[in-house]
Design a protein around this ligand. Structure first.
Ligand SMILES: C[S@@+](CC[C@H](N)C(=O)[O-])C[C@H]1O[C@@H](n2cnc3c(N)ncnc32)[C@H](O)[C@@H]1O
Length: 251
């Protein structure tokens, strides 16, 4: 992101006036170019939750890892009049429809798009002295990438800011959430989010010493994860029972 791009986005933010009511969001969501079989944008419920979180807490400086089809970006941007930074090196794989969706929602002027891997772009933002009130993490879902995204988000957030992780159904994301809950006492988990999202509020300063560690890969979470995988696999009795009931009903 160059200084002139940032200045342009700040200018557009100053000029923006409305677009912060839920009906403005519904209107924007209904106009997005997204097909039912498109890969994994956030759900409508998640989009509305992100919108309310950003709007109700007055988050003005927002950042997102992973553009996809731009649905979460539109929800976040509809809730604020500030610039929104989005990091994603693979928009071409989506036919650049994420950026197009942001543009067709009339929000493109406030977008600061960074076409790089988050592990390269986030440290540059830290170095540039950028600060944010809200970070949404929905990029690569590998454990180490999500953990890195969280760690850099932490360096970019002021106290009182929010970081949200998407796709809690994934084991990798759950492990990062478990790490934060057990090891980062400077973050508190916010209740009331849709099932797929984990929302943390930064409440203080990281005061761990260099040897600090609390186990987050617990036997209980390990067992419950593998039990769930097994129950939903083709081999489990529950799956077979559901199949038997279905075929009996269809006979
Ligand atoms: C699930 S999609 C995001 C969906 C988006 N939140 C929405 O509502 O449309 C994940 C995105 O992360 C991007 N991505 C994958 N690896 C990434 C990385 N290392 N850094 C940044 N973005 C990444 C992909 O290109 C993809 O666009």
């Amino acid at each position: 992101m160059t200084r002139s791009e940032l200045a342009r986005a700040e200018d557009a933010a100053k000029r923006a006036t409305d677009g912060q009511s839920p009906s403005a969001l519904d209107h924007a969501l209904s106009r997005l170019d997204i097909d039912p079989d498109d890969p994994s944008p956030v759900s409508d419920a998640e989009a509305r939750f992100l919108f309310r979180l950003v709007r109700d807490h007055g988050c003005r400086r927002t950042l997102e890892v992973g553009c996809g089809l731009g649905k979460s970006a539109v929800a976040i941007m509809s809730a604020t009049d500030g610039p929104h930074t989005v990091i994603d090196p693979y928009q071409d794989n989506y036919g650049r429809r994420g950026i197009a969706n942001i543009d067709r929602s009339g929000l493109g002027e406030r977008l600061v798009f960074v076409p790089e891997l988050s592990c390269l772009a986030l440290p540059k933002l830290v170095e540039s002295g950028a600060r944010f009130d809200f970070v949404f993490i929905d990029g690569s879902h590998r454990f180490d990438d999500v953990l890195l995204d969280f760690c850099y988000a932490d360096l970019l957030l002021d106290s009182g800011g929010y970081v949200v992780l998407d796709d809690l159904w994934m084991r990798t994301v759950r492990l990062v959430v478990s790490f934060v809950r057990r090891n980062r006492k400077d973050y508190s988990l916010v209740s009331g989010a849709p099932r797929g999202l984990a929302v943390f509020r930064k409440t203080g300063t990281d005061r761990r010493d260099g040897m600090f560690h609390r186990e987050f890969y617990t036997p209980r979470s390990f067992a419950s994860h593998h039990l769930l995988v097994w129950l939903s696999s083709g081999q489990s009795p529950m799956r077979s029972a559901v199949r038997a009931i279905k075929s009996a009903l269809l006979r």
